[in-house]
Ligand binder design. Structure first.
Ligand code: ADP
Length: 257
């Protein structure tokens, strides 16, 4: 679904690559966290997927589309096939919640009739049906982010990418947004999220890809935890390591018999 093969990017004027021969394969329906310190290359990787930046070398194939063949004039159309969520929401301030979502569908070429059918369903998904007539400034940060998510999933993208979607939100709201992304993932959308939020990464235990100095240094496929480099976990002192026999002897009793 998302495939990067040996992608390298050096920004003009920089001597160190922002991406240094990065290869990454994300399967349909995966939920992946991309973590790493500031400057590790996370945003650059996201910009490769949206074609905001072009690699110096390597191949990128997104949803079966080879980005080498997406011409400049087709980039907006290509981006509309992806769902993209930003940390600063990027809502239209003079349009209501309903209109923000409807407008995204309008520019994607959906008919008025379809739009009137789709928008209420999407607002229901993000639990904002009762806020449809409000303007973005009348909403909390979390509600604004939910509008932004509604807007990006309204076109039913197969892939949703979110660069630090919870950076400007408090803890509770962050959890809400992540649960919403999880729900969207459960419907079958492939999700790639960058985050600095250790708590949510450790709670969700999904695939976690760690970047450092433009490289992928760790890729925990399942049950991933937040980690910023490739260093293995510190070894346990010997006396705490149990042999299989020892472990069996100490097996806890079942709580429910
Ligand atoms: P992250 O998102 O992990 O913080 P970035 O992808 O933003 O990392 O940055 C990776 C590297 O590329 C950094 O060294 C950063 O300074 C550099 N970089 C990012 N954007 C630009 C740019 N537009 N021009 C020059 N260098 C950039």
């Amino acid at each position: 679904m998302i495939l990067l093969d040996s992608v390298t990017k050096i920004y003009p004027g920089d001597h160190k690559p922002a991406l240094d021969s990065v290869s990454l394969h994300i399967e349909p329906n995966e939920f992946v966290f991309l973590v790493g310190k500031s400057g590790a290359g996370k945003s650059t990787l996201m910009k490769m997927i949206t074609k905001e930046e072009i690699p110096d070398s390597g191949k990128i194939i997104i949803g079966g589309i080879d980005l080498d063949y997406v011409k400049k004039r087709h980039i907006p159309g290509y981006r509309r096939r992806l769902g993209v969520v930003f940390q600063d929401f990027k809502l239209l301030p003079r349009r209501t919640v309903y209109e923000n979502v409807a407008f995204a569908l309008e520019i994607a070429g959906m008919s008025g009739k379809e739009i009137r059918k789709t928008v209420p369903k999407v607002l229901e998904l993000v639990d904002l049906s009762d806020q449809a007539k409000k303007f973005p400034r009348q909403l909390s940060g979390g509600q604004q982010q939910r509008v932004s998510i509604a807007r990006s999933v309204a076109r039913q993208p197969k892939i949703l990418i979110a660069d630090e979607p919870t950076a400007n939100l408090d803890k509770l709201t962050t959890e809400e947004i992540i649960q919403l992304l999880k729900k969207i993932n459960d419907f079958g959308t492939t999700i790639l999220v960058t985050t600095h939020n250790e708590g949510i990464v450790n709670t969700l235990q999904k695939r976690v890809v760690t970047m450092k100095d433009g490289k992928i240094v760790a890729d925990q496929k399942n049950g991933g935890i937040y980690k910023l480099d490739e260093t293995p976990q510190p070894k346990l002192p010997k006396h705490l390591i149990q042999t299989p026999g020892h472990a069996l002897k100490n097996k806890p009793k079942r709580i429910i018999q």
